[in-house]
Design a protein around this ligand. Structure first.
Ligand code: SF4
Length: 382
C-alpha cells in the first residue's frame, strides 16, 4: 500500500523523504509541487530526478477527494460534496467576497456533539477525517478555483474550520492540516486568516493555544448553562464559565485581540431581549478577567427534524442593538448560498447512506428543485 502525501505536513514529508534516503530539501520541493502548484502526478515534478520520481510512483500517491457534486449559487458561493467512502459524504463551501475568498472545511464525517440546531449533529457521528481528507478540501478547491476563475494567484485567502464536525474532537488529524495551511511552502496563510470553530472542547482549546494558535471562534448560542446544555449538549461537560476561562487563556496566544462568539438566532428560544441582556452581563464578568469578544449573530438555517424556527430579522436587530449599546462588537451574518443549502450538513443529510449513483441523482434532484445549477461529477473527475 502506498502513502498519500496529502497526509503529511512538512515535518511528516521530511520524515518520509528520509525513509527514501532523500534530503530535507526534497520534502520542501514535493510540498511546493503538491500544495502550491496542485500537482497530483509525480511526472509533473520536473525538477526531481527521474529515478526519484519513479521511486515516488511506487511508494506514494497524491489522492484528493472524490467529488460527488458541485453546486454554484447565484451569489458565487460554491459547495462541493465529497465522497469519503462507506456512504459518508462531507461538504466544503467556498464563499467569495470583495476582499477575500473563504473556504469552509469539514473535519469529521458527521458529528458527535449533536447540537439541536445543526443538521450535521442530527445525522450523528460516522468517523474522523484524516489529515489528508481535511487538507485535500483546500488543495482541491484552491486549484479548481484557479482554473475555474482563470486566476494565476491564490484564490482562497481565509479558511474556517466550520464545516461538518467538531475539529477539536479530531485534534491529532487537524493539527498537521493546520500547519500545512500556515506553512510558507504550503498555503502560507497567516494565523489570523485560519479560524478553528469549536463548540467548546476546553482541554483542546488549551492544546491549540500551545501547538498552533490560529483564530478561535466559539459556538456559544446561549447566555446561561441550562439553555446552552439543551442546545449544545457538550456544555454539560464543559459549562460556560469553564469555556470562557479557556477563551481568556487562549487570548494571550491568539493572533487576533478578540475571540469570536457565534450565536445562532432561534425564534423564541434564545433571541429575546432578556437573553441579550444576560449575555451582556456574562461577557462583562469575563471581560473583567481579560476576555475580549466579538459576536456573530447567525440566521438559523431551518431543517424539519430540528423543530426550530429562524428568528425574524427585527428580533435579530433588536438583539444586536442591545449588545452594541453595551459596547460589544456585533455583526449579523449574511446568509450565503441559500439557494444551494450551503448551511452545514443539509445537503449531505439528503444524500447520505446512498451509493454513488444515487448520491449524484439526489444532488441533481435537489438542484432542480431549488432551480440552481448543479454540476454532478463522474467518480474521479475534478
Ligand atoms: S454545530 Fe458543529 S459541533 Fe454542533 S453538531 Fe453541528 S458540526 Fe457538531
Amino acid at each position: 500500500m502506498t502513502v498519500n502525501l496529502l497526509d503529511f505536513d512538512l515535518e511528516g514529508m521530511a520524515a518520509f523523504c528520509e525513509q527514501l534516503g532523500q534530503k530535507r530539501f526534497r520534502a520542501t520541493q514535493l510540498f511546493r509541487w503538491i500544495h502550491q502548484k496542485g500537482a497530483s502526478d509525480f511526472e509533473q515534478m520536473t525538477d526531481l530526478a527521474k529515478a526519484l520520481r519513479d521511486k515516488l510512483a511506487v511508494s506514494a500517491n497524491i489522492t484528493g477527494p472524490k467529488v460527488v457534486s458541485r453546486h454554484e449559487s447565484t451569489d458565487g458561493t460554491i459547495k462541493w460534496l465529497f465522497d469519503v467512502g462507506a456512504g459518508d459524504v462531507i461538504e466544503t463551501v467556498f464563499i467569495p467576497e470583495a476582499d477575500r475568498g473563504t473556504l469552509c472545511i469539514s473535519s469529521q464525517a458527521g458529528c458527535a456533539v449533536g447540537c439541536r440546531f445543526c443538521s450535521t449533529g442530527h445525522q450523528g457521528f460516522s468517523r474522523n477525517l484524516t489529515t489528508g481528507e481535511i487538507i485535500s478540501q483546500l488543495w482541491f478547491a484552491e486549484h479548481f478555483l484557479r482554473k475555474h476563475l482563470s486566476k494565476d494567484e491564490r484564490v482562497i485567502s481565509n479558511v474556517v474550520m466550520m464545516g461538518m464536525g467538531e475539529p477539536l474532537q479530531n485534534y491529532s488529524q487537524l493539527l498537521p492540516a493546520l500547519k500545512t495551511m500556515l506553512d510558507d511552502h504550503g498555503y502560507g496563510l497567516s494565523r489570523r486568516r485560519v479560524t478553528v470553530s469549536t463548540s467548546g472542547v476546553v482541554p483542546m482549546i488549551d492544546r491549540l493555544a500551545r501547538d498552533c494558535p490560529v483564530a478561535l471562534a466559539v459556538s456559544l448560542h446561549a447566555p446561561y448553562d441550562a439553555l446552552r446544555s439543551d442546545l449544545v449538549p457538550l456544555n454539560k461537560k464543559y459549562p460556560i464559565a469553564e469555556l470562557l476561562e479557556a477563551c481568556t487563556r487562549y487570548q494571550s496566544a491568539a493572533p487576533r485581540d478578540f475571540i469570536t462568539f457565534e450565536y445562532c438566532m432561534l425564534d423564541g428560544v434564545n433571541d429575546q431581549p432578556e437573553h441579550a441582556r444576560q449575555l451582556v452581563a456574562l461577557m462583562k464578568t469575563h471581560a473583567a478577567n481579560g476576555l475580549s469578544c466579538k459576536f456573530n449573530l447567525i440566521p438559523f438555517n431551518p431543517f424539519p427534524a430540528s423543530g426550530l424556527v429562524r428568528s425574524q430579522m427585527p428580533q435579530v436587530l433588536a438583539f444586536a442593538r442591545i449588545l452594541i449599546d453595551a459596547g460589544i462588537v456585533t455583526t449579523v451574518r449574511k446568509t450565503r448560498g441559500d439557494d444551494i443549502d450551503a448551511a452545514c450538513g443539509q445537503l449531505a443529510g439528503d444524500v447520505q447512506d446512498r451509493t454513488g449513483v444515487e448520491q449524484r441523482m439526489a444532488a441533481q434532484r435537489l438542484g432542480r428543485l431549488a432551480g440552481i445549477k448543479v454540476v454532478v461529477m463522474n467518480k474521479d473527475a475534478a
